[in-house]
Design a protein around this ligand. Structure first.
Ligand SMILES: Cc1cc2nc3c(=O)[nH]c(=O)nc-3n(C[C@H](O)[C@H](O)[C@H](O)COP(=O)(O)O)c2cc1C
Length: 200
């Protein structure tokens, strides 16, 4: 009896059911996350599941806790297809099977600003910084839940603004596809750590 219950629990975890993560441990989440360009079109993702990822993204730090990041989530087949038309031919092909497409923005003039003036030379770059942090939390949480993502910088921001009625005070950053991988890609090489660090 105990064996059967244990098996059932294992299956539940593997499917991402319940509150158990699909990928256990931070190092395994990081190691197994890849930019996925081949999705299993037969698997869908619920609004509840996307909400969990966005709630995690909200835990990311931001300049003076401005929380400038916003997420526009395409879930219906029509909206998802419309977004895929706006990420270029290569990205469209690579995200063909992804059930969810997300546009990430940040509100301009908040992060990096003090009393409406840029606090330093980076200006709105701090909004982009905060948005990247938020996206990082999002994609890592997605991996922990057994999902996969592709961040896309190649996208038609004007057309996306129209499609989602995104206000002019928001800067449109990445489009992120969300789904389940259909195959495992190789890990692109990283620079040697000595190339990116200097200790003093
Ligand atoms: C800001 C940004 C923009 C990117 N844009 C694209 C893109 O338009 N299309 C694409 O296939 N990959 C895109 N990528 C994914 C990178 O190519 C990928 O992260 C990198 O090659 C490392 O691979 P990995 O994510 O599997 O570790 C983008 C990544 C980032 C962070």
């Amino acid at each position: 009896m105990f064996f059967q219950i244990a098996c059932a629990a294992l299956v539940l975890c593997a499917c991402g059911g319940g509150s158990q993560p699909s990928v256990q441990g931070f190092d395994d989440v990081v190691a197994s996350r890849r930019s996925i360009r081949d999705y299993d079109a037969s698997r869908s993702i619920s609004q509840e599941e996307v909400m969990e990822l966005i709630k995690c993204a909200q835990e990311a730090p931001s300049w003076a806790n401005q929380q400038p990041s916003k997420y526009y989530v395409a879930m219906t087949p029509e909206k998802v297809a419309a977004v895929k038309e706006l990420v270029g031919d290569g990205n469209k092909r690579n995200t063909a099977g992804a059930p969810v497409m997300i546009v990430s923005t940040y509100i301009k003039g908040r992060s990096g600003f003090f009393r409406s003036n840029p606090a330093n030379e980076i200006g709105d770059g701090w909004g982009a910084y905060d948005n990247g942090l938020s996206n990082a939390y999002f994609i890592l949480k997605a991996r922990e839940r057994g999902f996969d993502t592709l961040i896309m910088g190649m996208r038609d921001s004007d057309a996306l603004r129209n499609l989602f009625a995104i206000p002019d005070d928001e800067c449109i950053m990445a489009v992120i596809s969300l789904g389940y991988r259909a195959s495992d890609p190789n890990r692109p090489d990283r620079k040697s750590v000595n190339e990116v660090v200097k200790f003093f």
